[in-house]
Design a protein around this ligand. Structure first.
Ligand code: NAI
Ligand code: MG
Length: 491
């Protein structure tokens, strides 16, 4: 997919590649090496106009296709991604900087599975009927909304596109997808791969920067729903744009998710869960388990094991099989994470390990960082409150359950949480008390098709990856029929 000569992409609009109206380009880089992978259009409102027009035109037909036909198409999308799974995994790794073992085992198979899942459940987009007295019958239709704007971030470009594309297309909507400016390649490759499968205009991809391409898309009058994943500040803007046009929006935003370890937990498993919870995708995950609450009784022993494990992780070339931690997405993100490490130190937290750039000269051109572990963190510190989006774990000791739960809930976010204990009652009590859209008990970080995923509080609203997601991509029409039945004893 990425040839030796960097490819020049156009936008993908109305079934084909389109030159950008303004002609500006964005260099797409491999963050681990600095290599130029491709150039994509720096789209603007004119490109967005063309894409939304194409999506609007295509909706006329696609919105009326039979469920069976849409199921066939979604299954074929899954099959095509799967057929090129190795290519997509490598492309994702080269563009995002994440370990190949992750793109191959998480990003690509999960994207495939999402298309299969929605191919299945779309056959259950159903209304209901009721008979109202003798003279009236009522039924409902669930109808697609129209062109959907899907705006996604750079950490899981293919998978998060699939989270939005699969339910949108399943329900009969058309889509204009705007990938993140850093990572547009898998979306463009997917659109090209599906060019002869999807009718023109059903899936359009416009690349560009947020304010130039994302904002005109989210605020476009031809868009009937906005689906967004990204940072909370951008989510606020998205909701404003959608409010202007009175269209529904779902927003999956930031997180500062707690992992809670009870004294009776299986410590080795919990250590593993804490490590993957903060190191998967270099910590650039919305549901990163970035605050670790350790009970006092096990605190010191746990921290020691955790530090040893984190310090032993292989940080390096993400295309290599053995790599466990790849490169952050950009210089900007690295600087941001490094500045949080300085903040943590100046706030009085104790840096136990990591938080430095690896010495290996072959990594010097990338944005690598050894995973950082902070002990002695207080909940009012910035490193305990703000989303860092990098491999930085804050450890907070606890004694009393209620106080700890209050601290765990004491952040603006509410995306996810982890609970580690062998005591089922303690686990379920904690799961109930935690203000989070997802709670994992004795595991962390699995999001599979069928389980609703989304936020509480400032982590957003709307649920993706599940049957109820279809309710965000359809609207209900009530139809009443007068049946002119003879009234009993009437004429
Ligand atoms: P972002 O939320 O600004 O970007 C996500 C998507 O929104 C991208 O496609 C971007 O082009 C688009 N966008 C940006 N501004 C827009 C606007 N005004 N209108 C419409 N679309 C717009 O995230 P960004 O700036 O790339 O990252 C900033 C920080 O946010 C990161 O350092 C990270 O800490 C955090 N972040 C959190 C994510 C999460 O899922 N929790 C995802 C991405 C970033
Ligand atoms: Mg931004």
């Amino acid at each position: 997919m990425t040839a030796a000569v960097p490819r020049e992409y156009g936008h993908f609009i109305d079934g084909g590649w389109r030159e950008p109206v303004s002609g500006g380009r964005i260099d797409v880089l491999n963050p681990a090496t600095g290599e130029l992978l491709a150039r994509v259009p720096a789209g603007n409102s004119s490109d967005v106009d063309a894409a939304v027009a194409a999506a609007g035109k295509a909706f006329g037909k696609w919105g009326r296709t039979s469920p069976g036909e849409r199921q066939r198409v979604l299954l074929e999308i899954a099959a095509r991604i799967e057929r090129r799974a190795r290519d997509f995994a490598l492309l994702e790794t080269r563009n995002v900087g994440k370990p190949i073992r992750e793109s191959r085992s998480i990003d690509v198979p999960a994207a495939v599975d999402h298309f299969r899942y929605f191919a299945g459940v779309l056959r259950h987009i159903e209304g209901h009927t009721q008979s109202i007295g003798a003279s009236m019958l009522h039924f409902t239709l669930r109808e697609p909304l129209g062109p959907v704007a899907a705006i996604v971030p750079w950490n899981y470009p293919l998978l998060l596109a699939a989270w939005k594309l699969a339910p949108a297309l399943a329900a009969g909507n058309t889509v204009v997808l705007k990938p993140a400016e850093q990572t547009p390649l898998s979306a463009l490759e997917l659109a090209g791969e599906l060019a002869d499968l999807l009718p023109p205009g059903v899936l359009n991809v416009v690349t560009g920067y947020g304010p130039d391409a994302g904002a005109p898309l989210a605020s476009h009058r031809g868009i009937r729903k906005v689906a967004f994943t990204g940072e909370t500040a951008t989510g606020r803007l998205i909701l404003r744009y959608a409010a202007e046009n009175i269209v529904p929006a779902t927003v999956e935003l930031g997180g500062k998710s707690p992992q809670i370890v009870f004294p009776d937990a299986d410590i080795d498993r919990a250590v593993d869960g804490a490590v993957t919870g903060i190191c998967q995708c270099q910590g650039e995950v919305c549901f990163s388990g970035s605050r670790l609450f350790l009970h006092r009784d096990i605190h010191d022993a746990f921290l020691e094991k955790l530090a040893a494990k984190m310090a032993g992780l292989v940080v390096g070339d993400p295309t290599k099989e053995e790599t466990q931690v790849g490169s952050l997405i950009s210089r900007e993100q690295l600087d941001r994470v490094l500045s949080y490490i300085e903040t943590g130190k100046s706030e009085g937290a104790r840096l136990v390990c990591g938080g430095t750039r690896p010495g290996d000269p072959s990594l010097a051109r990338g944005f690598f960082l050894t995973p950082a572990l902070f002990g002695g963190v207080r909940n009012d510190m910035r490193i305990a409150q703000e989303e860092i989006f990098g491999p930085v774990l804050s450890v907070l000791p606890w004694n009393d359950v209620d106080t700890m739960i209050a601290e765990a809930n004491g952040v603006a976010y509410g995306l996810a949480a982890g609970v580690w204990t062998r005591d089922i009652t303690a686990a379920v009590r904690a799961a109930r008390a935690l203000q989070a859209g997802t709670v994992w008990i004795n595991m962390y970080g699995y999001v599979g098709a069928g389980g609703p995923f989304g936020g509480y509080k400032e982590s957003g609203f709307g649920r993706e990856t599940a049957f109820e997601t279809l309710s965000h991509y359809t609207q209900t029409k009530s139809v009443y029929i007068g049946t002119f039945e003879k009234k009993a004893g009437g004429r």
